[in-house]
Design a protein around this ligand. Structure first.
Ligand SMILES: *Cc1c(COP(=O)(O)O)cnc(C)c1O
Length: 371
């Protein structure tokens, strides 16, 4: 048996008539940039998140960069984020001209530890950029409280958490701005790159709208020096066709996680994902911790099972951030965990047989028995 890490084709097959029709109608309309399909998706996605504004962007990374730029930082101002995330979270801050500062992860959820946030805040800190990692909300209420106390803005990185909830409220509604990615493998994925910024703030919405489109509201009049970072209409049409299914897919992901949990919880030396009792996790990834990770991963690959590592090198140890002069031990939890994390195949359509096969291979390889 072969088990892929994700399976993007089965979702397309399921929705083929609707997606094909939506794409063709954009092709027929001749309106490919800032057209009706984009407006329609933006309205629907804003409603799904529960905010007034959604601004489609060319990627999640661009969403983050524009969101940070909209906050008007000065050189030397800091964005505080987490070392255990995809590089784009920090790289967007760097691209926006900010200095990056890291805060240690919480050992159970792998997300930013609000207790350690306070001591990371310095005189130049302006923005806190926590990540709802693997589909699990970070402790956004505590993070927002600390940020407010120190006069910092919160921007949420929701790239892995479309539809996740914290205390009954959707992620993406806590910060002044929130950023989404529609990279194909995300819980809501386009057929190419895409992203969005959500906000309830009319002024910030207008600013990011300007920034994504050459600083322009009116053709050939440019209010500010902007960028070319729009979500195109073909991608918006694909996303609009898929959005009505997002909640169901997230529920399927939660079911898959529950099956994994039941089978893996009794396995010694293996830590299953901790789920906050006050959160709705959407399991973009199902990540376990094991001691002999690299061996097990190679063994599972030999059994035909694709797994992932999110992420093998924490950001404070990345060559790209060597100028920050961190030691691996500066963030010992993030450093330790990077060597132990393993992401198992996770997608709504995975079958119980596939899950059982993954679990059998994983436990056999973990206990080091020969097959
Ligand atoms: C995917 C991702 C991004 C970047 O999104 P792109 O659309 O690939 O640019 C940013 N942050 C996190 C946490 C991500 O997982």
């Amino acid at each position: 048996m072969n088990v892929p890490f994700v399976d993007l084709r089965s979702q397309y097959r399921e929705l083929r008539p609707a997606i094909d029709a939506a794409v063709l109608s954009v092709l027929e309309s001749g309106s490919f940039v800032l057209g009706k399909a984009l407006t329609s998706f933006e309205e629907h996605f804003a409603a799904h998140v529960g905010v007034r504004h959604c601004v489609g962007t060319s990627s999640g990374t661009d969403a983050l960069e524009l969101a940070i730029r909209a906050c008007d930082l000065r050189p030397g101002d800091e964005v505080i984020t987490t070392p255990n995330t995809f590089i784009a979270t920090a790289a967007a801050a760097t691209a926006a001209g900010a200095t990056v500062r890291f805060v240690e992860s919480d050992s159970r959820t792998y997300t930013m530890d609000p207790a350690k946030l306070e001591q990371a805040i310095g005189p130049r800190s302006r923005i806190v950029l926590p990540v709802h990692l693997y589909g699990q909300p970070c402790d956004i209420a505590s993070i927002t409280a600390v940020a407010r106390k120190h006069g910092l803005l919160v921007i949420e990185d929701c790239a892995q958490a479309h539809g996740a909830e914290f205390e009954g409220r959707k992620v993406g509604t806590f910060g002044v701005l929130s950023c989404y990615s529609f990279y194909p493998g995300k819980n809501l994925g386009a057929y190419g790159d895409g992203g969005a910024i959500c906000t309830d703030d009319d002024d910030l919405a207008e600013r990011v709208r300007l920034l994504r489109n050459h600083g322009s509201r009116q053709k050939y009049r440019h209010e500010v020096v902007g960028y070319c970072r729009r979500l195109d209409d073909v991608q918006a049409a694909v996303l609009d066709s898929k959005l009505p299914h997002l909640d169901r897919w997230n529920a399927q992901r939660r079911r898959v996680a529950a099956v994994y949990d039941a089978l893996l919880a009794p396995v010694p030396d293996l830590v299953v994902p901790f789920v906050r009792p006050n959160a709705a996790h959407v399991f973009h990834l199902y990540v376990v911790q094991i001691p002999n990770r690299d061996e097990v991963k190679a063994g599972m690959a030999a059994d035909g099972i694709e797994t992932g590592i999110h992420y093998p090198i924490p950001l404070h140890e990345q060559p790209a951030y060597k100028h920050l002069q961190h030691e691996p031990s500066d963030f010992p939890i993030a450093h330790e965990q990077a060597g132990r994390l393993l992401s198992l195949p996770m997608f709504p359509e995975i079958t119980d047989d596939q899950i059982a096969y993954v679990v059998e291979s994983l436990t056999r390889r973990l206990l080091g028995r020969k097959c």
